[in-house]
Design a protein around this ligand. Structure first.
Ligand SMILES: Cc1cc2nc3c(=O)[nH]c(=O)nc-3n(C[C@H](O)[C@H](O)[C@H](O)COP(=O)(O)OP(=O)(O)OC[C@H]3O[C@@H](n4cnc5c(N)ncnc54)[C@H](O)[C@@H]3O)c2cc1C
Length: 354
C-alpha cells in the first residue's frame, strides 16, 4: 500500500491529510506533529491576552482514517524517502511537508520577552501578564500580528501602558482609510504608536535608533515569520526564510509535496498566512491523491487569488481590508462591529473548513 506521511499538524497539514483521506485512494496516511493539541496560531494574540475560549485536539480535526503520530521530526533524508524522529526512521512513498512557521526574529533569554508566533511562549507570557495587569508593555513589530496583539492587550488590560513599535510608517500594506481607522482606534485605547528601530534588547528595556531607551515590564516580539528549518537542513533548495522552493504543482523534490508556510512557489511567492496555508494544503492533499491514482496527469497547477485581509482590534472591533487578486489593498474596508463579526467568522471557518 502507498504510505503517505504528512509532516505538520497545522492548518496546511491537517487540510492536506483530510483532503487525501476524503479522496478515497488506497493509502495509509500518517500525520506527524510534535504536540497533540492544535495550535490555532491566528489566535495567538488571544492566547497571550487570555481571551481564547476554545482549544482543539488535532485528533478531533482529523479524518478518522488518518493516523496521528505525536513526535518531533529531527531530520529528513529526501534521497532515501525517510524521515527521522530521533533514532526512529519512518519511510514514506509520498511526503507532504507542512512543517509551518516559527518566529522570524531573535529573542533574548530574559523572561520579559516573548514571541507571539510561538504558542508555548504566548502561553508563558499570558501567565506573566496576568500577574502584572498594569504593566508597561512593548509590542515590537507593527504588522498584522503586532497590531492585533497591541489592540487585544490594551483592551484586556486597560490599566497597562502599551507601546507599538515599528521602524516603518504605521499600517504599511493597508489602504489610507484602513490605516487611519486602526491608528485612531489604537490611540483611543491608549496605545502609543512609535516609529523607531530597536538597536538592542536588554532585560527590562530596548535601545532605539533615536537614542531613546524604552523601558518595559513585558515585551512581545511580533517581528515576522520564517519557515521551520528541516527542509533547509536536509539540503533542499530554500529561500532566505527557509521556505522550500516548489513548482506550481507544489513539488519540492521527487516524492515530496510541500504546502503552507513551509513552502514557497518559486514563480509566484505567496504571503506566509493561514489564508494561503488552507488552499495550498487542500491542493497538496488532492495532488498526492491524483499522483497515486494516475500520476497526476489531469491536474492544473495551484492558483488562488487573495480577497481580504482581516485584523481583529480587540474582541468587539475589527477591520476587513478588501484586496485585489495580487493582495494590493483596495479602498473598500469594513470596520467596527461588522469588521469584528467577519473576522470572527473567518477564524471559525478556518477550523470548520479542515
Ligand atoms: C498572532 C498571529 C495572528 C495571525 N493572524 C493571521 C490572519 O489573520 N490571517 C492569516 O492568514 N494568517 C495569520 N497568521 C499567520 C498564520 O498563523 C500562519 O500563516 C499559519 O499558522 C501557517 O499554517 P501552517 O499549517 O503552514 O503552519 P503552522 O500553523 O506553523 O503549523 C505547523 C505545524 O507543524 C508542527 N511542526 C513543526 N516542526 C515540526 C517537527 N519537526 N516535528 C513535528 N511537528 C512539527 C508544528 O508544531 C505545527 O503544529 C497569524 C499569525 C500570528 C502569530
Amino acid at each position: 500500500m502507498t504510505e503517505v506521511v504528512v509532516l505538520g499538524g497545522g492548518y496546511a497539514g491537517i487540510m492536506a491529510a483530510n483532503q487525501l483521506a476524503k479522496s478515497g485512494v488506497d493509502a495509509k496516511i500518517t500525520l506527524i506533529n510534535d504536540r497533540g493539541d492544535f495550535q490555532e496560531k491566528i489566535r495567538n494574540h488571544q492566547l497571550l491576552a487570555g481571551t481564547l475560549s476554545r482549544k482543539y485536539a488535532i485528533k478531533e480535526l482529523l479524518h478518522p482514517s488518518v493516523q496521528l503520530l505525536e513526535t518531533k521530526v529531527t531530520a529528513l533524508d529526501p534521497g532515501k524517502s525517510v524521515l527521522y524522529a530521533g533514532e526512529s526512521a519512518i519511510s514514506y512513498t509520498y511526503l507532504i511537508y507542512a512543517a509551518g512557521m516559527v518566529a522570524g526574529g531573535e529573542k533574548p533569554s530574559s523572561e520579559d520577552y516573548a514571541l507571539v508566533a510561538d504558542t508555548k511562549e504566548s502561553e508563558r507570557m499570558a501567565r506573566r501578564l496576568n500577574t502584572t495587569p498594569n504593566g508597561r508593555i512593548t509590542v515590537a513589530g507593527g504588522g498584522l500580528s503586532g497590531i492585533e496583539t497591541a489592540s487585544e492587550l490594551a483592551e484586556r488590560y486597560p490599566e497597562s501602558q502599551v507601546t507599538l513599535l515599528d521602524p516603518a510608517p504605521f499600517g504599511k500594506n493597508f489602504s489610507q482609510k484602513a490605516r487611519q481607522y486602526m491608528f485612531d482606534l489604537l490611540t483611543r485605547k491608549g496605545v502609543v504608536v512609535l516609529q523607531d528601530r530597536i538597536l538592542s534588547m536588554e532585560p527590562g528595556r530596548v535601545r532605539l535608533a533615536s537614542k531613546r531607551i524604552l523601558e518595559h515590564d513585558h515585551c512581545i516580539l511580533a517581528t515576522g515569520l520564517r519557515a521551520t528549518s528541516l527542509a533547509q537542513q536536509a539540503g533542499l533548495a530554500c529561500d532566505d526564510r527557509h521556505r522550500v522552493l516548489v513548482d506550481r504543482f507544489l513539488h519540492a523534490a521527487p516524492g515530496i509535496i510541500a504546502c503552507g508556510d513551509a513552502a514557497v512557489i518559486e514563480e509566484s511567492p505567496l504571503r506566509m498566512s493561514c489564508a494561503m496555508a488552507l488552499p495550498t494544503g487542500a491542493y497538496a492533499g488532492k495532488r498526492v491523491a491524483s499522483l497515486i491514482k494516475n500520476g497526476g496527469a489531469e491536474m492544473k497547477g495551484f492558483h488562488q487569488d487573495y480577497t481580504i485581509r482581516c485584523v481583529s482590534m480587540g474582541r468587539k472591533k475589527g477591520l476587513i481590508q478588501f484586496v485585489r487578486a495580487d493582495d494590493a489593498p483596495k479602498n473598500f474596508i469594513l470596520k467596527e462591529g461588522k469588521g469584528a463579526f467577519v473576522k470572527e467568522l473567518v477564524c471559525k471557518f478556518t477550523v470548520k473548513s479542515l
